[in-house]
Write a protein that binds this ligand. Structure first.
Ligand code: HEC
Ligand code: HEC
Length: 144
């Protein structure tokens, strides 16, 4: 090995030590603003509201009284139907889709869900017990 390479190698440890010292002296602040061993109290996390909810007007699509996180809906599969379709609802103890969900756009009665009612979450949504983001002043008309 020639001399200049040896000199170079000898420089590595002091350089490494220098870097380490620098890293330790810089002030590291944690992202959550607390020490690692300190418990951090979280704000309340909103939960899905369970249990049937009152409709606000007669024609309202009923709100979903359960979590929908796991239920996939795409062009090949619709997991809502595995409980709510008329062929399954009895054994799953779930409310059956009303007959309007089996009428096509010409009013023809079908044996399977109508295409216009396939994507359930176009109309049905779950609720969270979170404070409302905007004020809601909706009032149902008494005559509808
Ligand atoms: C594992 C079975 C199951 C699946 C899957 C399921 N549900 Fe339900 N659903 C139920 C049951 C049981 C009830 C009744 C709950 C109750 O009475 O509290 C219900 C209630 C509802 C209601 C309320 C009906 C009413 O008259 O108040 C709606 C709307 C609804 N589900 C929509 C959906 C949608 C949309 C999906 C898919 C994203 C879905 N459900 C998936 C079992 C299921
Ligand atoms: C275009 C809007 C729309 C779509 C899409 C839709 N629904 Fe509905 N759904 C309604 C409305 C409106 C009602 C209440 C009036 C009625 O029964 O037709 C209702 C009623 C229901 C009920 C209560 C039935 C009863 O007799 O109490 C269930 C359960 C339900 N829907 C589940 C579903 C599921 C599951 C899907 C997807 C496969 C779905 N809906 C798709 C609008 C929709």
């Amino acid at each position: 090995m020639n001399k200049s390479i040896l000199m170079g190698l000898a420089l590595i440890p002091p350089l490494l030590l220098g870097g380490l010292a620098l890293a330790q002296s810089s002030n590291v602040t944690s992202l959550r603003g607390a020490e690692v061993d300190e418990p951090v109290i979280l704000d309340n996390i909103p939960r899905t509201v369970e249990g049937r909810m009152q409709r606000n007007y007669r024609q309202q699509p009923p709100l979903i009284p359960h979590s929908v996180e796991q239920y996939q809906i795409d062009t090949r599969t619709n997991q809502c139907l595995s409980c709510h379709d008329w062929t399954k609802a009895g054994e799953r103890n779930a409310p059956t889709l009303s007959m309007t969900h089996y009428l096509d756009r010409d009013g023809v009665e079908l044996d399977h869900i109508a295409g216009t009612r396939y994507f359930c979450n176009q109309c049905h949504v779950p609720q969270a017990d979170a404070p409302p983001l905007v004020e809601n002043v909706f009032e149902p008309s008494s005559s509808n």
